[in-house]
Design a protein around this ligand. Sequence first.
Ligand code: PBG
Length: 326
Amino acid sequence: MPSFPEYRPRRLRRTAALRNLVRETLLAPSQLVLPLFVRPGSGVRLPVSSMPGVFQTSVDELLVDARAAAALGLGGVLLFGIPASKDAEGSGAWDDEGPVCQAVRALKREVPSLVVITDVCMCEYTDHGHCGILRDGEVDNDATLDLLVRESLAHARAGADVVAPSDMMDGRVGAIRRALDAGGFQDTAILSYAAKFASAFYGPFREAAESTPQSGDRRGYQMDAANVNEALREAWQDIEEGADMVMVKPAGPFLDIVARVKAETGYPLAAYQVSGEFAMIHAAAERGWIDKERAMMESLVGIRRAGADVIITYFAREAARSLTLA
Ligand code: PBG
């Protein structure tokens, strides 16, 4: 490699046109997925206090947001449901008339250009807020699989393109794949939250999804933040069980995991820039400590550069807007 003064890297940084020409990582609206929170009723639009611009809405209002997302060229939406009532086993999760299933049907009818992904988990539906059935204070893995299967089937019946299990039970991807195939839904894809870490950065989401565990935490089923080899095993296991795409979550603090999973599996990879990552950028910008627009774009391009094909982010619309204007 030539060295100074032959090699002057600044030559290609001199103008915006030169920088644009040699930029290595591109971000497109079609790679962004917007999470949406849907609840029963009509005309409902409740702000989430810790996440500016994020709302819990009823299906009619969700369509307004989804149309705006489609007009900006976003790749898709990821749906979370807040049921009318919760119980110990989370039976609202497989209600064909629940908010998620209604939203899926409405989206497939009204906004067909968006990929519709549904979050599959029990924590929004259980009265104790854990991601599965509780037995002696712990989440019972195998008993939970049946509930996740029922939830996935309900979403597939409604017409979801992709179901995305986020519960971190062992064996759930295989159980869901077998049930989807047996039910005639062999074309419904699975995006597994393969490496989902027990993270402090989920705080604001739990207000949005009303899913805070009433006792304990999720360290008994979500991954320890220190583990990379285990993340690779999780990703391979989910792929072997039938996952079509895998996810790493959170994104920003786990970019090495994003890079490793992409490099070693070669599978389509999503990374989830979670609520706390979003809230931190907003909070610092509100105080005038950072430039929100630039911090947003830098965080997103960093996630792409690490190897994510798809980014799930609450910034999806803002980022798409700024990409279209740029
Ligand atoms: C449900 C789920 C969570 C998130 C996505 N799916 C919360 C959790 O595990 O507690 C977090 C998303 C975010 O923080 O934006 N299990």
